[in-house]
Write a protein that binds this ligand. Structure first.
Ligand SMILES: [Zn+2]
Length: 405
């Protein structure tokens, strides 16, 4: 086969840039429209598959035109991220969702989550096009590269500038407008910036440094997708973990499950809902890492700091010193954690009240305790089992208090 002549001008692709974005910038060098470049110079009549699965023949020709390696060009589309970001581009692959989003668990014990099954699904590929970009990255009108990751519901902020990605219209590099033209770049909070930096590390380096250990990019994307689904689990399925899920949403300032009442896979949700879900995932990770939450999912431990381990000095292990345990400090921390949980979980509130009221029998003392609990932010209705007119009422277990989660 005769090789195609080399383009005299072509900008170098930016790291993580989408194929369509790079072709737009190539076309701009010749004052051409990207579709015209595709059709008249490359013989490719459609543009909708460029960022998903560009045909090999097109990539081969682009490689000849630009001198850029085929693998690098392939990595500018989602197809180049299989099997790390997603298992397959085949949306009919059996049990794709179960395999991807239900084999791990972070916030909820594995048995708690109802496995969902749908016939047509691909991880992370949105139901409708996303037009979000970093206003600082696109600050220079002559060098406006759009990253592939910005076209997926995968990140909230720019990993390089730490500001929120913003909605735009038009074609970067040709004509571009911001939906909120007057807004200056908004810095993302630490929780969001940390999550997005890790996602960027996964995309560009193939691994992510978590507090406990370095994990493969494939595991990171699956953990993230697991979290997004756990946060979209109806509270009635969460049992005693319902309080934690509710707490995460409250910390975000968004309605529970981002206002969803019926379950749909993350990928087809409205983009505004997806952003709220991602924000909740970032907050959840932050709460786990700061030990405010201690979730029961198997993989939650990956977000905790490495426990202190003694180094070996060659002596038998029995004579090595171990770190003394401060039981009092641990107890104070456990009570602090229980108070946080009791603000959202009536069962914990009831148990904590029973513990705190141990040995108190007079109604006045119990009432003082109840007031203290309410001052700590525990809703009074969670303490409805406490009846001031009976000395042992606070210890009654079967009081009909229903847990309406
Ligand atoms: Zn940026």
């Amino acid at each position: 086969m005769k090789s195609a002549p080399r383009w005299p001008l072509h900008p170098a692709p930016r790291e993580g840039e989408a194929l369509s974005s790079w072709l737009n910038r190539v076309a701009a060098c010749y004052q051409m429209d990207m579709l015209d470049l595709l059709e008249h110079d490359l013989g490719h009549g459609q543009a909708d598959d460029l960022d998903t699965a560009p045909p090999l023949a097109l990539l081969t020709m682009l490689s000849q035109r630009s001198g850029i390696e085929l693998d690098r060009l392939r990595g500018m589309s989602v197809a180049g991220w299989v099997p790390w970001l997603l298992d397959s581009l085949d949306d009919r692959a059996p049990a794709a969702l179960e395999t991807y989003a239900f084999q791990f668990s972070v916030l909820l014990p594995k048995r708690k989550r109802k496995t969902r099954s749908i016939t047509s699904w691909r991880a992370w590929l949105p139901g409708r096009s996303i037009h979000r970009a970093c206003p600082l990255c696109l600050n220079n009108p002559t060098d406006q590269a759009v990253l592939l990751a910005w076209k997926l519901p995968l990140m909230l902020s720019c990993p390089l500038h730490g500001c929120w990605l913003e909605s735009y219209w038009g074609v970067p590099g040709r004509f571009l407008g911001w939906e909120n033209a007057d807004a200056s770049p908004r810095p993302a909070n630490d929780a969001i910036a940390t999550m997005d930096r890790r996602t960027w590390q996964a995309l560009t380096l193939g691994y992510v440094e978590l507090p406990r250990r370095r994990i493969h990019a494939g595991l990171w994307f699956r953990l993230l997708r697991t979290l997004l689904d756990e946060l979209n689990t109806p509270l009635s399925h969460c049992g005693t973990c319902a309080g934690s899920i509710r707490y995460i949403w409250e910390r975000c300032g968004h309605p529970l499950r981002a206002g969803q009442s019926l379950w749909h896979p993350y990928e087809i949700l409205d983009p505004t809902i997806q952003l709220q879900m991602l924000e909740a995932a970032a907050i959840a990770i932050d709460l786990i890492e700061s030990k405010v939450l201690s979730p029961r999912g198997e993989q939650a431990v990956l977000f905790l700091p490495e426990p202190l381990t003694g180094f070996t000095n060659g002596l038998p292990a029995v004579v090595q010193k171990t770190e003394p345990i401060n039981h009092w400090q641990q107890a104070v921390k456990a009570i602090g954690d229980a108070i946080v949980e009791a603000r959202h979980n009536p069962e914990t509130a009831r148990s904590l009240f029973a513990l705190a009221s141990y040995g108190r029998h007079d109604p006045e003392s119990l009432e003082r305790l109840r007031v203290t609990f309410v001052k700590e932010g525990i809703p009074p209705e969670f303490l409805s089992h406490y009846m001031p007119d009976g000395p042992f009422a606070c210890l009654r277990q079967n009081d009909g208090l229903s847990d309406n989660f």
